[in-house]
Design a protein around this ligand. Structure first.
Ligand SMILES: [Fe+2]
Length: 270
């Protein structure tokens, strides 16, 4: 699939806000990585993304533990009725995160579900701001108070959070238990929030060095490129996925298919 697509930066001033029905997507904090001093040190932080249901309000009742047998599926969908945060940035971004949430009219106590794409400090450093939220960090799903529930998430079995809203297992970068969040039905199509499955647009020659399992991550990247219209990467700006020669009639490559392109070519060059 990746041989039939190219990517290009999504223009616009942050924070990116993508309206959608029933879910809108807002990039609250754009992740970055930059050299720091001499040697190989870098300064970095992960992207933080807010997913807002069309209508939401305080919903304390659904945070109660489910009855035996109610289990994770129902509980996840309940938890996803309020604002959902995908990653939290590092602890040093605490004030910036609080400010960005306030800018969207969201109090930390409003957030009902936090998804941590993987367990690195620059992605889950502010979980402590959300003691009342359900947490899905990598494959660990727990309710407030620390009640962990099994859920069966796997590469062949996404977790449904709501209409067009899923968690996918996308292993590779941090190990076997990384996840991404897929949001269909936005004005830009399907948005996928991927953590560090993609560090940034045009990372084709650098992601492998940071990967715990490059084979699995390559597979995850191809899956994402096969579905996403927009990717929100862990350490860079959002980018579009453009399918060259894609025939909507057949859902396959058209006759005028161009040569494979994957990268960060400036779209103005094409
Ligand atoms: Fe990261």
């Amino acid at each position: 699939m990746s041989g039939l697509v190219r990517t290009e930066p999504l223009r616009g001033e942050p924070p990116l806000r993508v309206p959608g029905d029933p879910y809108s997507v807002v990039v609250l904090l754009q992740g970055y990585v930059e050299p720091e001093g001499v040697g190989e040190a870098v300064r970095a932080d992960g992207s933080v993304t807010l997913i807002l249901p069309r209508a939401w309000g305080p919903a304390p009742s659904h945070r109660e533990p489910p009855p035996d047998g109610g289990e994770a599926k129902t509980t996840l969908e309940e938890a996803a009725r309020g604002p959902i945060l995908v990653d939290t940035g590092g602890p040093w971004a605490r004030e910036a995160l609080l400010g960005a949430l306030a800018g969207q009219g969201v109090d930390p106590a409003d957030v009902t579900l936090v998804v941590g794409t993987h367990g690195h400090s620059d992605h889950i450093g502010n979980l402590g701001l959300f003691p009342g939220a359900a947490l899905l960090v990598s494959h660990d799903f727990c309710l407030p108070g620390g009640r962990y529930l099994p859920h069966g998430l796997g590469e062949e079995r996404p977790l449904r959070l709501g209409p067009g809203l899923e968690v996918w297992a996308t292993p590779g970068h941090g190990g076997q238990r990384d996840v991404s969040v897929v949001v269909a039905g936005t004005t830009l199509g399907t948005v996928v929030v991927v953590g560090d499955v993609f560090e940034r647009n045009g990372d084709e020659d650098s992601w492998q060095a940071l990967s715990e399992d490059p084979v699995a991550q390559e597979r995850s990247r191809k899956r994402v490129l096969g579905t996403a219209d927009v990717v929100i990467p862990g350490h860079g700006g959002p980018f579009r996925v453009v399918r060259e020669g894609w025939d909507p009639e057949t859902k396959g490559p058209g006759k005028n298919q161009q040569s494979p392109m994957v990268g960060n070519e400036d779209p103005t060059m094409h």
